[in-house]
Design a protein around this ligand. Structure first.
Ligand code: ASP
Length: 321
């Protein structure tokens, strides 16, 4: 699609995380995504950019939004997409992962989109395969396309990222979404706060370049963006909150707590949402304040842009292995 946006090179073979990307590279991905937002609103959403290319979605962990949107993204660009779900319980960690990588490489995929419950597993796999690898979430480590779609949503609603004050609230400890967003927002010149009980914050979180708050009244004061996170109970080893009721009372986003933020503050959540746990239903569904549906829409566009830039980097010749 000729968008008039110049195509600058993206000097990375894989997209494993936000860390290591430059402001220009992030801007390039967001600008490319813009053209796909428009394309996705047309009746004919399809083009042939990925014709002949194979994308494999390899998911070792559950997903609804991310897997579906990568599938749609690949198909809308004209590629062949297959989905492979592997039950985490049947994996013998490293060994099986490498076996899977070798098997898949023999099928010559151009792009592998990988989600895995272990931090670092996607990087390991990327070292073993020939094509490009996109991290669709590895443990509590990174989820780069989520941070990019969040950034695109914010940029469209607020016109910029630079200088905005963003509060990321809830289960920071287990959240790859938080890590990728903290990295991206810092690179792009936003100010990041984290708001959470002490039990849900990693040690030395300040080193990531955030301001830390343990109460919503202080943490949300005058912020532009309120980003809520799900309690990742599947990653809980032990007890991190006294009770759901108490957690909602102190950290669940409702209108009373939102009142501390700027009057036009935007509400975000990566999904899946636990209504009544980290966010009140009325707030989540507030069409004027909540960008949650728009985040899902931006997800498809961002994933199209990522597939586009990474496949442009692959040489036309198939590797001779
Ligand atoms: N969907 C996001 C993730 O995969 C957030 C979540 O699951 O809470 O990390």
């Amino acid at each position: 699609m000729n968008t008039g946006i110049p195509f600058l090179p993206f000097p990375h073979r894989h997209l494993l995380g936000i860390e290591g990307l430059s402001p220009d590279e992030i801007t390039l991905l967001l600008d490319r995504s813009e053209s796909y937002v428009e394309q996705n609103r047309q009746v004919d959403k399809k083009q042939a950019l990925l014709r002949g290319r194979t994308v494999i979605n390899l998911f070792f962990e559950n997903s609804t939004r991310t897997r579906t949107s990568f599938e749609l993204a690949g198909k809308r660009l004209g590629g062949d997409v297959i989905n492979m779900s592997v039950q985490a319980s049947s994996i013998k960690k490293g060994e099986t992962l490498i076996d899977t990588a070798m098997t898949l490489t023999a099928m010559h995929p151009d792009v592998l989109v990988v989600r895995h419950p272990e931090s670092g597993a996607v990087q390991l796999l990327a070292e073993k395969v020939d094509g490009a690898v996109i991290n669709a979430g590895d443990g509590s480590h990174e989820h780069p396309t989520q941070a990019l779609l969040d950034a695109l949503t914010i940029r469209r609603r607020k016109g910029r990222l630079q200088g905005l004050v963003v509060a990321i609230c809830g289960d920071i400890l287990h959240s790859r979404v938080a890590r990728s967003n903290i990295a991206l927002l810092n690179i792009m010149g936003a100010r990041v706060r984290v708001v959470a009980p002490r039990t849900l914050l990693p040690a030395e979180i300040e080193r990531l370049g955030v301001e830390v708050f343990h109460d919503m009244a202080g943490g949300l004061k005058e912020v532009d963006i309120v980003m809520m996170l799900r309690l990742q109970t599947e990653r809980f080893h032990g007890s991190f909150v006294p009770s759901i009721r108490e957690y909602f009372h102190f950290f669940g986003l409702d209108y009373a707590k939102l009142a501390a933020a700027k009057p036009d503050a935007l509400i975000m959540h990566p999904g899946p949402m636990n209504r009544g746990v980290e966010i009140d239903t009325a707030v989540a569904d507030d069409i004027d304040r909540s960008a949650i549906r728009q985040q899902v829409e931006m997800g498809v566009a961002v994933r199209m842009a990522c597939l586009e830039v990474l496949t442009r980097n692959l040489s036309d010749a198939a590797p001779a292995k």
